[in-house]
Design a protein around this ligand. Structure first.
Ligand code: PA5
Length: 449
């Protein structure tokens, strides 16, 4: 079984003929993407990657993961944006909640901590404290090899490792995932002889979870990366037809586009499992960085249910009608629980006795879809039959393919991210980075106003 895309609840908002009318545009977008004739075509190696990936490196990743597990209790994964969101999504999804709190025997792999994904000093201090005297290794991940947040965090944890294990010992616990040829991290890794893994040129950060970027941390967490790649490979073979009736990834992209044209300009990715919050964070980067250009694109947002029904629920039900929802529904979570039976009915829950908590979860999902559709919120759903690596790999490819097509439907380059640079220029100027002298004056003056 693999994932299914459900669009029946879209009926009040999108007529069948509207989808049919999208077909010629989708066919063109499909050709542009597959023939490599569109903007950003140099960054589409993710399309064939589930089959063409470097098998020798894949084996090396598994060996490195084994080594990490044999000599460390924890792995600090240093990266930001596309260099960590995919790993965190997968690791949260594929293991029980609170895995870091479990005993070594109960946990599948090493404890995983993340660093270098903010400029917060307390976060780093707090993580150093939690690591305490545990044995740990570091996987520093940066495609450019020059990103400030991970670079700073790497200095901190590198020095911690050197203090603990000496310079030579530290080197053996540092794994660098970066560009094959350029960047400061590439240079340092070569100089210090760290074990390195490559981020392929033709795959951008937000499409890189199935490369060493995601695979090494995911393997070190004890998850099955073979199954992850197999799921993506099967999805690759599933989503090949340009016919909207035969390709659900394209159908999802086309429906989103129709909704956008009708004024539904914000999409909320919804989950019903706390372990799937970072699935939304990964998806937000994938969608937002790909589509948000030239003053257009669907704004990708998210909500966690049922939690946020008690905070955002009011707005979603009755606020401004520019939202639509895509629910990623996990149909069979890793574990379930019977509602406890009580002799008395003081809490009024007797009517739920005999049901499992997950049955309540699913009924809540079904009820919310109906209420939101009645309230004017178009609803789509992606059903995940299982909480496993195969299913996740399948879903990753579904969303990647959908956004590739969607970008060309929007007439933008889905594979660049020029806007990510603007804040960096201002920040570097204010920090006095060499090369930014001119901008420094301008930004310093603006601060004084
Ligand atoms: O998608 C992107 O390009 C960004 O979000 C990057 O992933 C992020 O800025 C990290 O970049 P790097 O891997 O070069 O450190």
């Amino acid at each position: 079984a693999h994932i299914t895309f459900e669009s029946k609840d879209i009926a009040p908002f999108v007529a069948d003929h509207e989808l049919d009318e999208m077909q010629p545009l989708v066919t063109m977008a499909d050709q542009t993407l597959r023939n490599g004739t569109g903007a950003g075509a140099d960054y589409t190696d993710w399309i064939d990657w589930p089959e063409t990936y470097d098998k020798a490196e894949f084996d090396r990743i598994k060996k490195a993961a084994q080594k990490i597990k044999s000599e460390s209790k924890a792995l600090v994964v240093i990266g930001i944006g596309g260099s960590y969101l995919g790993a965190k999504m997968a690791i949260d999804f594929l293991h029980p909640m609170f895995s870091n709190e479990l005993s070594d025997e109960e946990r599948d792999g090493v404890k995983i901590y993340y660093a270098g994904n903010s400029t917060s000093a307390s976060y780093l201090n707090d993580l150093i404290r939690v690591l305490g005297d545990q044995d740990f290794s570091v996987n520093v991940i940066s495609k450019s090899g020059t990103t400030t947040e991970p670079s700073m965090a790497f200095r901190v944890f590198k020095q911690l490792l050197e203090k603990k294990y000496g310079e030579e010992g530290a080197k053996k616990r540092i794994y660098a995932t970066t560009d094959a040829n350029v960047g400061a991290l590439h240079g340092e890794a070569a100089l210090k002889n760290y074990e390195t893994f490559t981020i392929p040129d033709g795959i951008g950060g937000r499409f890189s979870v199935l490369t060493a970027v995601g695979l090494l941390p995911i393997a070190a967490s004890g998850a099955d990366i073979d199954a992850l790649m197999q799921g993506a490979a099967d999805a690759k073979n599933e989503y090949t037809d340009s016919d909207l009736k035969k390709n659900d990834a394209y159908k999802y992209a086309a429906i989103r586009r129709i909704l956008y044209d009708k004024g539904y300009t914000t999409e909320l990715l919804i989950n019903w499992e706390p372990s799937m919050q970072y699935l939304s964070e990964w998806w937000k980067q994938l969608m937002g960085e790909s589509e948000g250009k030239n003053q257009k694109g669907i704004y990708p947002s998210s909500a966690n249910y049922s939690t946020d029904l008690h905070s955002l629920g009011q707005y979603i039900q009755e606020g401004r009608r520019d939202l639509f929802e895509t629910v990623v529904k996990l149909d069979n979570p890793l574990s379930n629980l019977d509602l406890p039976i009580e002799a008395e009915n003081n809490d009024g829950l007797a009517y739920l006795e005999g049901k499992t908590i997950d049955e309540v979860n699913t009924k809540a999902f079904q009820g919310v879809v109906m209420a939101h559709v009645d309230g004017g919120v178009p609803n789509l759903a992606v059903h995940l039959p299982k909480q496993d690596a195969y299913t996740l790999g399948y879903m990753i490819y579904f969303f990647e393919m959908a956004v590739g097509i969607s970008g060309y439907l929007f007439g933008i380059n889905p594979f660049n991210q020029p806007g990510v640079e603007a804040y960096k220029t201002a920040m570097f100027a204010l920090l006095g980075k060499p090369g930014y002298e001119e901008q420094s004056k301008v930004y310093e003056n603006r601060l004084k106003k």
